[in-house]
Structures are given as structure tokens and as C-alpha cells.
Design a protein around this ligand. Structure first.
Ligand SMILES: [Zn+2]
Length: 138
């Protein structure tokens, strides 16, 4: 199964840089964990996924189904989204905290400032909330 998760996408690099600058250290794409999370913070028992809004089926302005083969794309993207949910549940059931940062938090008309994103991630990583979902403004 390949093709859904590209390595070193720009949003992911941005998140890495923001958190590295704040002193966080992480591992990347850990294969032994469900869904191979993009960033893994063993010290905080936390993982972050940086999700492209198209491939992972985010309900936002960056997402729209292609004009052709809509049934195919709808099934494919729906399958990706369900798999994401399963993997997050698996991670949480083994004691990991999970964050999803959507691409639209970083680009497009509703994007958040890098400083705000870094602050939100910092508070979540060092706190005890189980889940975080960060998306652009509607
Ligand atoms: Zn989105």
C-alpha cells in the first residue's frame, strides 16, 4: 500500500521546523506504529499526522472530488479516511495521544499563523489531552 502518504511534503516540513525551533525532538515515519505517524514524540507519548486535505478527505475548501470517476475517488478517499480513523484508534488504545494537523491549517485562505500553530502544538504536546485536530479557519 503506497501512494497515499508522500514523504517530506511541504506542510510536514513546516510543522517539523516549527516544533524543532521550539526545542521538541521527534522521530519520523516510525514504521512499527499504526499508520506510520509523520512525527513521533516518545517522551510525550504523542504522535502527529500531517494530512493532505484531498487524500484524507477533509471537509474543507481545499477538498473537491475530481470531475471524472467520482465514484472511484469517493470510494478511495472514503477508504483512506476510515483507515485513518482505525489507525488513530489503534494508537490510542496502546496509550498514544494523537494529533491531526490538516493541510488547510497551513495553506489556503483559512490558514493559521505559524506562531499560533506552534503554540497550539506545544500546549498539546506538553499537556494531557488525548486528541488534537487542527484545521484552517472556515
Ligand atoms: Zn482541510
Amino acid at each position: 500500500m503506497s501512494g497515499i502518504k508522500s514523504r517530506d511534503t511541504k506542510p510536514e516540513r513546516v510543522i517539523r521546523q516549527l516544533l524543532f525551533a521550539r526545542g521538541f525532538r521527534y522521530r519520523l515515519h516510525v514504521k512499527g506504529l499504526p499508520g506510520k505517524p509523520d512525527l513521533v514524540f516518545p517522551k510525550y507519548r504523542a504522535v502527529i499526522f500531517v494530512h493532505g486535505c484531498f487524500w484524507h478527505g477533509h471537509d474543507c475548501h481545499l477538498f473537491s472530488l475530481p470531475k471524472t470517476r467520482q465514484a472511484f475517488w469517493s470510494a478511495k478517499i472514503g477508504g483512506n479516511a476510515r483507515r485513518d480513523q482505525r489507525q488513530m484508534q489503534l494508537l490510542r488504545s496502546s496509550g498514544w495521544r494523537t494529533a491531526t494537523i490538516w493541510e488547510c491549517a497551513l495553506k489556503g485562505r483559512g490558514r493559521l499563523s505559524p506562531g499560533l500553530i506552534a503554540e497550539i502544538c506545544d500546549v498539546w504536546l506538553t499537556g494531557d489531552e488525548i486528541e488534537l485536530e487542527l484545521a484552517g479557519q472556515r
